[in-house]
Ligand binder design. Sequence first.
Ligand SMILES: Nc1nc2c(ncn2[C@@H]2O[C@H](COP(=O)(O)OP(=O)(O)OP(=O)(O)O)[C@@H](O)[C@H]2O)c(=O)[nH]1
Ligand SMILES: [Mg+2]
Length: 191
Amino acid sequence: MEAEFLLSAASCAQFPDTPYPEIAFAGRSNVGKSSMINRLLERKSLVKTGGTPGKTRLINFFLAQKRVMFTDLPGYGYAAVSKAERASWGKLMESYFRTRRQLRLCVLLLDIRRDPNGDDIKMLEAMKLSNIEALAVLTKADKLSGNGRVQRIKAVSEALGMDKSRFILFSSLTGEGREKVWEAIENSCRP
Ligand SMILES: Nc1nc2c(ncn2[C@@H]2O[C@H](COP(=O)(O)OP(=O)(O)OP(=O)(O)O)[C@@H](O)[C@H]2O)c(=O)[nH]1
Ligand SMILES: [Mg+2]
């Protein structure tokens, strides 16, 4: 798929002035945000993956097919991050959600094997407060099958207080869930 990297922004002033509907990808460090963007666009290395977790403190903007923006948000929850860095991360996220009028949907990635933590819940609350539609995606689904999946979906849905039917299972490795996520993206892009 055609896609291009636009820029990295460290603050509100650097956000690009674009006319396209925008989809953000949020989640813990190392959960698979960058891998997911690559898989959705079927581009192996448009976005760098698997580096030192928590290194990226910037919002990376991509334009897909000249019609929809993807933003790779900096991951959270990385232990080795200083208080000051955490604060600047919070400020950047807050200004992004508050000012980004183009934002149509925020995909929240959760590792299917892990229980959501306070940061994940705060992230969902921040979206709700800013009236941003959230799509919950359970990534690394290739790591589990059968009953393992069923049990994890149950645990995550209970932890977040969201119905089981609202979760999409995804794997950047196999491409599972790609069509479903694209369907949600297309729906949110409609005027
Ligand atoms: N098995 C499996 N591994 C995955 C999947 N998605 C990502 N990974 C691996 O998980 C690691 C982290 O992936 P990234 O895409 O870099 O994660 P990220 O959320 O962008 O991380 P940060 O940029 O640090 O916030 C890499 O080693 C990936 O290969 C998946 O669906 N299945
Ligand atoms: Mg990344």
